[in-house]
Design a protein around this ligand. Structure first.
Ligand SMILES: [Zn+2]
Ligand SMILES: [Zn+2]
Ligand SMILES: [Zn+2]
Length: 161
């Protein structure tokens, strides 16, 4: 599978997810459809991770300057001064999910303030909600072994040395 196939896969899953979400909000889904929806969410998350990992590997193969984003000049994040690599994480789990006793799929770390929040495949999406509430632009994966960053305003994934 090349990246475009993965992206097509993600898009088709996302539109099916959207359809099922709408039906669920109208109370029209069967138990089978609810199960299908749950499986789509897991598969979507795996597809995203695959894409992220492939991009991260490709970027890692290029020479990297310190604190400079790899890739073409058009693909740069203008928020690196808000990336604090030594930021102290708010905890070992999603801050809000821990407070309400909920669960998450993957964790993201806010590079402005250290907020740890759950990913967009988690039902609460606290990392993205934190970005919307604060305008803090950049998160990184808080999963062990993953070192990619994501800039919300630039919609850009990158790695730093
Ligand atoms: Zn940026
Ligand atoms: Zn959460
Ligand atoms: Zn933050």
């Amino acid at each position: 599978m090349d990246d475009q196939q993965i992206i097509d896969h993600i898009n088709s899953l996302a539109s099916e997810e959207h359809l099922l979400f709408n039906r669920e909000s109208e109370g029209k889904v069967s138990p089978e459809e609810r199960e299908r929806l749950r499986r789509i969410e897991v598969t979507l998350d795996q597809a995203w991770d695959l894409l992220h990992q492939r991009r991260a590997r490709r970027n890692a193969a290029r020479p990297r300057d310190r604190r400079r984003v790899p890739g073409m000049s058009a693909e740069t994040c203008s928020h690196l001064d808000e990336v604090h690599l030594d930021v102290a994480p708010s905890g070992d789990g999603c801050k809000e999910c821990l407070e309400i006793g909920d669960i998450w799929v993957h964790l993201r770390l806010c590079m402005s303030c250290g907020h740890v929040g759950c990913c967009d495949s988690s039902k609460n999406k606290h990392a993205t909600k934190h970005h919307r509430a604060t305008d803090h632009p950049v998160i990184r994966s808080f999963q062990p072994g993953e070192d990619w960053f994501w800039c919300y305003p630039d919609q850009l994934m990158f790695e730093l040395d």
